[in-house]
Design a protein around this ligand. Structure first.
Ligand SMILES: *Cc1c(COP(=O)(O)O)cnc(C)c1O
Length: 400
């Protein structure tokens, strides 16, 4: 019997669940893009975005997805023949370096595998060995959405400082912004990229590049920057249209306005804490299920885990069969295993992911976990008993 009619839950790590208030804000006729309300909204949108990024520096908005701001950020500070150090803890580190390579940039990739965050000692070693400061930037992914590994960005800054290396620190916060604590200025991040469809709860379509004075000085020394990607005309322009190098993403700006209001009304610290408690509930259930049978959290060490996405190993073919079951029987869509393919499991059928970013609350997470537990029972996948109770205990106590 399919029981999937009713409100569905897309529990994948982006796009995330959109609040009705965001959708309502977007449901309107196109505004005038030459004068009036929309133009007046921009300064506060930028201010409130920077508050989420914890930066006093600059922000540029691009119509595009995460890949667009990967390219936008690179296009402003590196050019053909330059070299960067890339830290890879999963699929997305490699994705960013592929974008850099396509721009003619040489990438030295430090590979940390699919189950570990960046090893800062190895980063420091690589920086110390680079006596001529040939690395123009270090590319780090805060939360790699494929592995769910969270890297210690402040420690990577410390490695740059302790070796006296001049490279820019560039960070991908596409999965973590508005979910996991991130402090752009305090952690000494020079360039940060994010997109709207994850922790920011807006349908996919706009991305952000935040950059500081040091990064802008590097931008100033570039021989040439693509007119479309150039962050300078997009920052504090005299004419509104320059913000977007053309027509504004009108409806996304209304949606974003509402999402930023929601985040700041709740309080960013509270938003982070909510994500943390809900993540701990997910881990408690997962650790209980893992006590028997094939179930396993991809990241063993809790301090290395994201609060926005959790990657699970469950053995072939259980990942795919569980995802099918929860979607078809119960209306719950789980994330696929991404970048986890091996020779034995070319389709990543032994993996799945929980997306728990943005507009999520306790009843959604408890419902998701209870549905997964029911699927484990229905499909006869061996697992430790009491996962949902363990999650409920975390939420009842909420003292993580
Ligand atoms: C989602 C994601 C991306 C890619 O974003 P797209 O919008 O799919 O282009 C890049 N990096 C991380 C960490 C992500 O989570």
């Amino acid at each position: 019997m399919d029981l999937n009619q009713g409100r569905t839950y897309l529990a994948i790590p982006g796009p995330s669940v959109m609040p009705d208030a965001v959708l309502r804000a977007m449901h309107r006729a196109s505004p005038n893009i030459y004068e009036g309300e929309l133009i007046g909204m921009m300064p506060d949108i930028l201010r409130d975005l920077k508050r989420v990024a914890r930066t006093q520096h600059e922000a540029a908005i691009y119509i595009g997805n995460g890949h667009a701001v990967w390219e936008a950020s690179l296009a402003n500070v590196v050019e053909e023949g330059d070299k960067v150090l890339v830290l890879a803890s999963g699929w997305f580190g490699h994705g960013w370096s592929d974008m850099a390579r396509a721009l003619g940039v040489e990438c030295e990739v430090l590979e940390f595998g699919r189950r570990q965050p960046a090893d800062v000692a190895r980063v420091a070693e690589a920086l110390a060995a680079d006596k001529s400061h040939s690395f123009k930037a270090v590319l780090a992914v805060h939360v790699d959405t494929s592995s769910s590994a969270k890297s210690d960005i402040a420690a990577i800054r410390a490695a740059l400082d302790s070796t006296g290396h001049s490279a820019l620190l560039m960070v991908d916060c596409i999965a973590s912004l508005g979910c996991d604590r991130f402090e752009m200025d305090d952690w000494g991040v020079d360039v940060m990229v994010a997109a709207c469809q994850k922790g920011l709860m807006v349908p996919a379509g706009v991305g952000f590049v935040f950059y500081n004075d040091k990064a802008d000085r590097v931008r100033g020394e570039m021989r040439r920057v693509s007119k479309y990607w150039d962050w300078r005309p997009r920052t504090n322009p005299e004419i509104f249209a320059l913000h977007f190098c053309g027509t504004a993403p009108t409806h996304h700006l209304y949606g974003l306005r509402t999402a930023l209001d929601m985040i700041h009304e709740e309080g960013l610290e509270n938003v982070w804490k909510r994500h943390k408690i809900l993540a701990h509930a997910i881990w408690a259930a997962s650790e209980t299920w893992a006590m028997q049978g094939p179930f396993e959290l991809n990241i063993t060490e809790p301090t290395h885990r994201s609060h926005a996405v959790t990657s699970l190993r469950i053995g072939v073919p259980h990942g795919t069969s569980l995802r099918r079951w929860t979607q078809e029987t119960a209306g719950l869509t789980l994330g696929i295993g991404l970048g986890m393919a091996t020779e034995e499991d070319p389709q990543s059928d032994g993996f799945f992911r929980f997306g728990h970013m943005g507009h999520v609350n306790a009843q959604m997470i408890l419902g998701m976990l209870a549905t997964v537990q029911t699927g484990l029972v229905a499909l006869g996948i061996p697992h430790g008993v009491g996962g949902v109770d363990a999650a409920a205990a975390v939420i009842a106590g909420s003292d993580v």
